[in-house]
Design a binder for this molecule. Sequence first.
Ligand code: CP3
Length: 347
Amino acid sequence: MKTLLRSLAGETLPVPPIWMMRQAGRYLPEYKATRAEAGDFLSLCYNPDLATEVTLQPIRRFGFDAAILFADILLVPQALGADLWFVTGEGPRLSTITGPGGVTALKGRDDIHDTLAPVYQTVRNLASALPSEVALIGFAGAPWTVATYMIAGRGTPDQAPAHALKDGDRATFEALLDRITEATIEYLDQQVQAGAEVVKLFDSWAGSLKGDDFAKYAVAPAKRIISELKARHPGLPVIAFPREAGDGYIGFHAATGADCVAVDDSVDAAWVAEHVQPDGCVQGNLESSHMVTGGDALVSEVRRIRDALSGGPHVFNLGHGITPDADPDNVALMIETLRETASVPAS
Ligand code: CP3
């Protein structure tokens, strides 16, 4: 069985499988060349041949144990009817949702597939193109994170517009979350039908949900999506990433049904081993900055995280996405260090 699938099934492997968030991206010259050929980022996402190519680039260059579909979490809002564009050097822009009319105007869960069909084609391409030992991960944004972009129309440091709608017009906010949740189930279902072997839910802004809000808007939607997908696809492994959840990572496997909980780099690996890993596989948590700075600090951090999490199922990864200023040689060094004889003591 593929190493990623073994870890997700709960096996403790001598060398954990490794892949990297944003492993297809601007730190790779070959990615930049293909993106230029596509014209812009969204055209790349919707071009199955080129999206397949950029997904495969980091597999060819580094030999990762898993490939992640090349797409974006904001394709779902676009399929639901939002306007979406990317401003170079700044990030995404969307039409905003400010009241009930914005939610009722969205398309239904069954009307998203015309827009998203090229993504499903990319998954089919990948399912036949990947080396037999490499697992294919599909993904979507979690409803809260997607909602933060749909409400604000852009990325926000504190998700203030989404919190304002949640606290000021809870019915509209919850209706929006439901619409995203339903669309996400259908979107991921199609990815699995097309050949995705694992799915990951990115809740990048989960950390700004506190107290009851975390249970209602991070845990509950993840639970609903995971249970519906597992009902349709028994045994489907799911990775959940409630980024910056802190103590909220504890019990997240059991509360949502996720097979693996991905952790960011603000929590310590030894703490994760004690409080999160007993419930199932964990993924993470190397600081992305080591991909820029490299050297001995990178080597010792890789060994420290590997060793701290060696007592249970672990998927090695960064705590968040690799940045455009990263050096590909540091990625190679991370992989080489991880795969060195596991019995070499950390220096
Ligand atoms: O990981 C992978 O290699 C697979 C592809 C992938 C992308 N985005 C490609 C991308 C995945 C899994 C994502 C997820 C995503 N997208 C998230 C959740 C993960 C996280 O980072 O917290 C979020 C919040 C988004 C939304 C998004 N997309 C933003 C805020 C931005 C702009 C910031 C940036 O890095 O430029 C994007 C653009 C984006 N998505 C790029 C890539 C490779 C860069 C686009 C480019 O080539 O210009």
